[in-house]
Design a protein around this ligand. Sequence first.
Ligand SMILES: [Fe+2]
Ligand SMILES: [Fe+2]
Length: 247
Amino acid sequence: MDHKIIYNDDQVKWIVFGRDSQKPNAIIDTNEYAIESGNEVMILDPGGTEIFPYVLSSVSEVIGLEKVKKFFCSHQDPDIFSSLPLWMALCPNATIYMPRIWANFMSHFGKECAVHFHPVPDQGMRVKLGSEDLQIIPAHYLHASGNINLFCSRSRILFSGDIGSALVPLNYPFFVENFHDHIPFMRAFHQRWMPSESAKKAWIRNVRTLNPHMICPQHGAIIKGEAMVGQFLDWLDNLEVGVLSNV
Ligand SMILES: [Fe+2]
Ligand SMILES: [Fe+2]
């Protein structure tokens, strides 16, 4: 599994893990992100059971498991968090942030995990990590009915879950190089998986006020720089979603 430091200053570091060449073909490729501040690490959408060994060895090597104090689950899909019981066996005191409405469903993964759940209210909340004050923002119906994103105001990175995701080949770069060439990898995914025009418009309005420098999706490549973030938001604004397309 490959990794890349995507932001680093004296307060906060962001790392992306992905492009897992060992994963079976039947499994959709995912990006896992880690934020490090002080002696604390939060892992965002830790991934599925199948890829757990690869994520674990990368995180252990690059960060150190003892620093992992928090997990963030954007929604309830298996590719987001089915590895959680395995992580909790190794990080038994970590706190898991997830959308409020999914907490009782995600508890089916085991009561040992559930005692460490922190359900996030519909309007979002703030979370402290080391010296950083991270902002969990709503992204409901994009695509799950309870769905959250995370914004770091220092780095101006928005972790967007499935929004901005793209189904790309395994050798694709971590950062989008040409936005127009990237659109075909995103279009059908967003048309099929994002069911609500009004939710999409509300999210775009909110994200424009945050003015992120990077949008980091759970699949595909990172959209970097204000110009490309603007291109992406304009493209999504004009895309008709909730369309039955082949993905
Ligand atoms: Fe999903
Ligand atoms: Fe996903």
